[in-house]
Design a protein around this ligand. Structure first.
Ligand SMILES: [Zn+2]
Length: 315
């Protein structure tokens, strides 16, 4: 018989909660604003309400589901169920989220990092099906990751493994990521960093059609659009973006020797623009046996990957 599980994808701006069956089908989901600025207690109440709403709309009682899985921003501890101090959830310091929710919901409750949950989702239901050694990387405003090793989600010693975004690709790089590691992958290749590099060039007087966009409205997608229309600076920025991602992939191949690397997140929508350039760097730099065994593919699951992954934590 199919199991039913509840998933909660807790993000800095919205909470996506729903009921999923063990084949990865979402039966119902609801998105509510996180309202993170109102503090942890308020956010926890929003989570509770969204779980109750999901059960109500699928006419389920709590004892009819196999459990509740929560994907949350790190750092957190999956074993103790404690959210430690995520930068995008102000006031959250050592919140015992699993214990708090257990007082309300009498079922198994599991917590993990949102990128780890997404990796599990792609492994079970997406581009990583049947692949026991794979790494998932999400590239959007930040860069996160999750590793499946020997068919199992690898958490590390305290649930912070595969922080792909914060390994250094230039030890002397910019210090604009709050992880504290100058020149980490995120500080070069995230959507946010792409925009930062663009602004630096524009401020230094480079001629580009990007100048026509108010600086505080400039987004990564504007740069991709400008590159498509042949803008020289935008083309250069995209070339760099693909190179930095390629360097990150080379390192992942060396760290994990995966059979597949799956790239998701907002910037993966530019797959056709980035892929060849990215793979040129991989071909030039990766260890041959590691490169030959591994393919690099686009993620399959869309915007609900976080919810699917969270729910999958209790499967
Ligand atoms: Zn960083």
């Amino acid at each position: 018989m199919k199991k039913l599980v509840c998933g909660v994808d807790l993000g800095g701006t919205k909470i996506n909660t729903g009921i999923m069956d063990s084949d990865g089908n979402i039966l119902y989901n609801v998105k509510v604003p996180t309202e993170a600025d109102k503090g942890p207690q308020h956010v926890i109440n929003n989570i509770k309400k969204s779980i109750i709403d999901s059960l109500k709309n699928t006419k389920l009682e709590i004892d009819q589901i196999a459990g509740i899985g929560i994907g949350a921003p790190g750092p957190l501890n999956a074993d103790s169920g404690v959210v430690e101090c995520p930068p995008n959830l102000p006031g959250w310091i050592d919140i015992h989220l699993v214990d708090i929710l257990k007082q309300e919901f009498n079922t198994e409750i599991k917590l993990n990092n949102d990128a780890n949950a997404a990796a599990l989702a792609e492994h079970l239901f997406g581009a990583g099906q049947g692949i026991d050694d794979m790494v998932y990387v999400t590239v959007s405003t930040g860069i996160g990751g999750g590793a499946i090793i020997g068919g199992k989600l690898y958490n590390g010693a305290n649930s912070n493994a595969a922080e792909i975004g914060h390994h250094s690709i230039n030890f002397d790089g910019p210090r604009w990521c709050n992880c504290g590691n100058p020149g980490c992958l995120e500080s070069y290749a995230s959507g946010t960093s792409l925009v930062k590099f663009a602004k630096k060039y524009i401020e230094s007087g480079r001629d580009t059609i990007l100048k026509n966009i108010p600086m505080d409205e400039l987004k990564a997608e504007n740069i991709f659009d400008a590159a498509k229309s042949g803008d020289e600076l935008a083309l250069k920025l995209i070339e760099n973006e693909a190179f930095y991602l390629g360097v990150g992939i080379v390192n992942i191949m060396a760290f994990y020797n995966p059979k597949r690397i799956i790239i998701g997140g907002g910037l993966s929508s530019q797959w056709d623009v980035l892929y060849d350039k990215m793979m040129k760097t991989v071909k030039d730099r990766a260890l041959k046996p590691n490169r030959e065994i591994c393919d690099v593919v686009k993620a399959k699951l869309g915007g609900d990957v976080g919810l699917i992954g969270a729910a999958a934590l209790v499967l």
